[in-house]
Write a protein that binds this ligand. Structure first.
Ligand code: ADE
Length: 239
């Protein structure tokens, strides 16, 4: 998979070279290119933003540098990901879909956003996804692009050392993950639940499923269907 990032803060994306993506780059599974949008600005000050038409606070990112970047990077046919608080919520299903693409181009906006015509033009030549990490506002798209990248690349076949760990995890099947324990058996007065030490695999699987339902009902009832919610009501511990 080839990943391009357009940003005015290339240093912000330095973590891409670390951790899991770093290994995937070395092995040739991923090709990553971070581009400073200012290289496509032509005035003395490398201006990439201007005041908004219609007035209002803040600055808007100008269209021309993006247009030149699109031409030079030949983004036609790519999947263009635009992290923005006004996008659709980014989900595991989006990550799974993006993991099947050959080329992702991230547009990282700053200030009050990117001139709408950049997105309209991109949509005429590429598949544009405006995605939000959640109902809060970051200073720009870079941190969101990092988060989306990590969620996506770990799903690429051959990327994770242990494919098993992908199967049993939060959001893969709509329930949150069960609590995990390791040694020692007693730590600061807290015990590992007895059932996990029983060796009864059927009982352990049932206990874990119950924990997942209870957790999801408590923390993320929005993830449960009405029928699942009804069955987990009875599992909910007394408070
Ligand atoms: N850029 C700024 N805030 C964001 C958010 N919540 N999600 C994605 N991109 C963003």
């Amino acid at each position: 998979m080839k990943l391009d990032y357009l940003t005015i803060f290339p240093e912000y994306l330095a973590p891409l070279q670390l951790s899991l993506p770093g290994k995937a780059i070395e092995s040739g599974l991923l090709e990553i290119a971070v581009h400073d949008i200012r290289q496509w600005a032509h005035d003395r000050h490398n201006t990439v933003d201007d005041t908004p038409y219609g007035g209002g606070a803040g600055m808007v990112m100008k269209p021309e540098p993006f247009g030149e970047a699109f031409d030079e990077l030949a983004i036609a046919g790519a999947t263009v990901v635009v992290p923005t608080p006004s996008g659709r919520p980014f989900t595991q299903a989006d990550a799974e879909d993006l993991a099947t693409k050959d080329r992702l181009v991230f547009l990282c906006g700053r200030y009050e956003g990117i001139d709408q015509r950049v997105l309209d033009h991109a949509a005429s030549i590429a598949d544009v996804r405006e995605l939000s990490l959640g109902d809060y506002v970051l200073n720009g798209g870079e941190v969101a692009a990092l988060a989306i990248t990590e969620a996506v690349v770990r799903l690429i076949p051959g990327f994770m050392g242990n494919a098993e760990s992908l199967v049993e995890e939060s959001h893969q099947d709509g329930l949150l993950e069960y609590p995990s324990y390791t040694k020692p058996q007693t730590w600061r007065g807290h015990e590992v639940p007895e059932i996990l030490r029983s060796g009864n695999h059927g009982a352990i699987a049932a206990w874990r499923l119950e924990q997942r339902r209870v957790r999801t009902a408590e923390r993320r009832p929005d993830l449960l269907s009405v029928s699942e919610l009804a069955s987990s009501e009875s599992l909910r511990p007394e408070r």
